[in-house]
Design a protein around this ligand. Structure first.
Ligand code: AMP
Length: 305
């Protein structure tokens, strides 16, 4: 079936209203430059909903002055091919003027949570994210919306927003999809030089070391944080933004990981800021919380190039 590409809010609202009368609708919001991480959200949505809509919008209000809005990768034609091949029925791809005809005036702000982790180093970022996602929810009216655990703080902020504002949508957080060598897939990886791409692996390495230490029975957040900072110290060209061990819902630091925690890192590699994390969760047959840092299983099965 052909994917319909819609650029106006009015048409998108009409198309979604018509679809929703008889079917469940899933939404996958993105900023484009799509990779297998985005497509994993689409596949999950297709498995759980009758119809799936995606959006591509590089949202200016979530970038502060001096951030990478201008150089954010844009690959619209390729993205459309990938979404259509995956089975997306509707793509919403508005212009900034369509989304903010009166300029940026009304905002959704998730107090406190929105100032933690990435919100601390990117003031106003989560205000922009919460605002655009609530606009997308109002335009599409999805039954379910799919987000990546890669942006763990974003998931916490949006869950709080949906709860606080009684938005009738079910949020689904999907696991991080990684390259074969462990690097978390990100549109921003396209902006890395070959040398920086190699350096970028340090984020994953720090998380692997932290997780290995947890497996030995260590649960002190301070110890884990120290070990991660040691890893980062090996490459002074990479500037750590944060290496944090927090409660995944409140994003506040925890002292001990024995009942689970989010271990999250952000670092500047060259002029690109990358993030990654591992969610340590208690599983029924394990005595310690564990996380998953493995590459995309599909990549592992693929023959080596
Ligand atoms: P973005 O286009 O970067 O705004 O991402 C759109 C959605 O895809 C967000 O919910 C991200 O968390 C999610 N996403 C991005 N990278 C990955 C990844 N490597 N694995 C899983 N989800 C991802």
């Amino acid at each position: 079936m052909n994917m319909q590409i819609i650029t106006t809010i009015r048409e998108m609202q009409q198309a979604c209203r018509a679809l929703k009368s008889t079917r469940t609708l899933g939404l996958v919001p993105t900023m484009g430059a799509l990779h297998d991480g985005h497509l994993s959200l689409v596949h999950r949505a297709l498995a759980e909903c009758d119809v799936v809509a995606a959006s591509i919008f590089v949202n200016p209000t979530q970038f502060a002055a001096g951030e990478d809005f201008e150089v954010y990768p844009r690959t619209f034609e390729e993205d459309c091919e990938k979404l259509e091949a995956a089975g997306v029925a509707l793509l919403f791809a508005p212009s900034a003027e369509e989304m903010y005809p009166d300029g940026a005036r009304t905002f959704v702000e998730v107090a406190a949570l929105g100032d933690r982790l990435d919100g601390a180093s990117r003031p106003g970022h989560f205000r922009g994210v919460a605002t655009v996602v609530s606009k997308l929810f109002n335009i599409v009216g999805p039954d379910r919306a799919y987000f990546g655990q890669k942006d763990a703080a974003q998931v916490a902020v949006l869950r709080a927003m949906v709860r606080d504002l009684n938005i009738p949508v079910h949020l689904v957080a999907c696991p991080i999809v990684r390259e074969r060598d462990g690097l978390a897939m990100s549109s921003r990886n396209r902006n890395l030089s070959a040398e920086d791409r190699r350096r970028a692996l340090i984020l994953h390495r720090a998380l692997v070391v932290a997780q290995e230490i947890v497996q030995t029975g260590e649960s002190s957040a301070e110890t884990l944080r120290g070990a991660m900072l040691n890893i980062f110290a090996a490459d002074p060209t990479v500037r750590v933004d944060y290496a944090a061990i927090v409660d995944p819902a409140t994003l506040l630091p925890v002292a001990d990981t024995s009942r689970g925690a989010l271990i999250a890192v952000a670092a500047w590699v060259g002029s690109t800021r990358l993030i990654d994390n591992v969610l340590l969760e208690m599983h029924p047959d394990e005595s310690r919380p564990t996380g998953d840092l493995r590459p995309d299983p599909a990549l592992m099965e693929a023959p080596h190039a």
